[in-house]
Design a protein around this ligand. Structure first.
Ligand code: ADP
Ligand code: MG
Ligand code: ZN
Length: 476
């Protein structure tokens, strides 16, 4: 049964002030209701003034997503009452959004052998964020709601996809790609709480769609969609209808709950916002286009061609712009393939483990010191294990590679010293050697382990393994 998923993604823009007033957008660590004014509280008589930088950011996003930017754009009133929207309407866009018809490529199996899928973008429009409601416990059990208007009037772009996504996993991959593009454009910071909120629409062949509103994490989107597939399949299997409805995702319980039957456009009584004039945007497009940097797809292709690294490494190294920049700095000084392995496979893992960003990490290990570590490895001064130890130590406690090599005694053992230890271990393990010769090849691991114990990791295990095999087989 075919699954269809379409996403409506709301991303907060990194402007200094809100969309229609001069309140600061820097509220994420502030006390509730401290970043507000008459306009974003919706007090009578307060008038909106459009933040032109926010419009520029939205155009930039539309261009980066391959959309057709429109001649002019118009704000509308979407009328509904909710405690997080004190004015009784949200200023958003309707018939004249910023742009239509874009395309995002994601890495996913297409089924026809290619590893890439195209997800069509329906439209990109702007709107203001409502305030934020907070509940004690869960939404359906709390006795009252709390409201914080700091978020009210934050500039959002809404990016709507066609129902081209085929699985919850693809939805997550798409959101990751979108985040990557928005961060490259320097108009968005995905680390900020609530920076991206997604409405996920999902249907299964033969049934109506459900819309799960306001999910605030990528994992949440994937889990909510997985839950919906099971729920909808069970209904269809029992011959029941999937209702066209709006659902809520309960993050704590990992389930979706019915909120209301689906609302329709006419319910909102959209009409053009009389306090704002239509805005001509076509004359800004060329200037904005000049500001668009090399995007993840182009960078990935360039890395592949320029550095001869694997496609996996090229993807991994271009997902996050600070990592791409760091990689290029290192790869310009030392073997790009060695750099790719150590940044994509080792450094990124250590960062994930510690939940620290590349920006932070590059303060703790400046790229020239990363080069020093790799050079020491290349020259055999340290082993791979030694290099990992240095990276971990620098991330946790700082310091310089040379000092850490000395303090922790990481310098690799000379071959003479290593051979001496190997002889010792072979002498003490005659029975094991006999087993090895009798065909129990796995005993080799035991011998390597013994040697590594004596060298305290200062020898290269692959090399040790080779030496032991040589020695036993040549009967030494
Ligand atoms: P609304 O604004 O009322 O939610 P739209 O027609 O604008 O409705 O669609 C919103 C989202 O729903 C889009 O992302 C679209 O791709 C998705 N969508 C539309 N039809 C389906 C469907 N049959 N299954 C899954 N998603 C769908
Ligand atoms: Mg919708
Ligand atoms: Zn304000």
């Amino acid at each position: 049964m075919e699954v269809k998923i379409g996403l409506e993604c709301h991303a907060q823009l990194l402007t200094k002030s809100k969309l229609f007033c001069s309140c600061s957008t820097d509220y994420h660590n502030a006390d509730p209701n401290t970043h507000v004014c008459a306009t974003c509280l919706g007090l009578p008589g307060a008038l909106p003034v459009v933040n032109t930088r926010a419009i520029g950011y939205a155009i930039k996003i539309a261009l980066a997503l391959g959309c057709e930017v429109q001649e002019e754009t118009i704000f509308y009133r979407k009328n509904y009452y909710y405690p997080d929207l004190p004015r009784g309407f949200q200023i958003t866009q309707y018939d004249f959004p910023i742009a239509f018809n874009g395309l995002v490529r994601i890495e996913s199996d297409s089924g026809d052998g290619s590893k890439e899928r195209e997800i069509r973008i329906t439209r990109v429009h702007m709107e203001e964020d409502p305030g934020r409601l907070a509940y004690k416990g869960t939404i359906d059990s709390a006795k009252y709601s709390l409201v914080d208007y700091n978020r009210s009037g934050m500039p959002l772009v809404e990016i709507v996809t066609e129902p081209d996504l085929k699985s919850p996993k693809e939805a997550r991959i798409f959101l990751g790609k979108l985040r990557s593009i928005l961060e490259y454009l320097d108009v968005y910071d995905g680390d900020l709480e609530g920076a991206m909120r997604v409405d996920a629409n999902i249907s299964i062949e033969g049934g109506d769609r459900a819309e799960v509103k306001n999910i605030s994490s990528y994992k949440g989107v994937e889990r909510a969609l997985l839950f919906e597939i099971t729920r909808q399949k069970n209904l269809l299997r029992r011959g029941l209808n999937v209702r066209l409805e709006t659902r809520h995702y309960d993050e704590v319980r990992g389930i979706t709950l019915s909120m209301r039957t689906k609302e329709f456009e006419h319910d909102y009584r959209y009409f053009p916002e009389p306090d704002l004039v239509p805005i001509c945007i076509s004359d800004r497009v060329e200037a904005v286009r000049q500001e668009i940097p090399e995007l993840p797809d182009e960078k990935r292709k360039r890395f592949l061609a320029l550095y001869s690294i694997t496609p996996e490494h090229a993807s991994s190294l271009t997902y996050d712009l600070p990592i791409a920049v760091y990689y290029e700095a290192v790869a310009s000084k030392i073997d790009p393939r060695l750099s790719a392995t150590w940044i994509a496979d080792v450094l990124k893992g250590e960062l994930n483990y510690r939940s620290i960003s590349m920006r932070e990490a590059s303060k703790r290990i400046p790229h020239d010191e990363f080069v020093t570590i790799l050079r020491s490895l290349e020259q055999g001064v340290i082993t791979e294990r030694g290099a990992t130890t240095i990276i971990r130590a620098m991330l946790d406690k700082g310091g310089k590679p040379e000092e850490i090599i000395k303090i922790k005694g990481l310098a690799s053992m000379g071959s003479e010293e290593t051979e001496k230890i190997i002889y010792g271990v072979l002498k003490d393990n005659k029975a094991v050697i006999a087993d090895y010769k009798a065909g129990k090849k796995e005993t080799l691991n035991f011998l390597v382990g013994q040697v590594m114990k004596h060298t305290q990791g200062r020898a290269d295990p692959k090399e040790v393994s080779r030496l032991i095999r040589d020695k036993i087989e040549s009967g030494v």
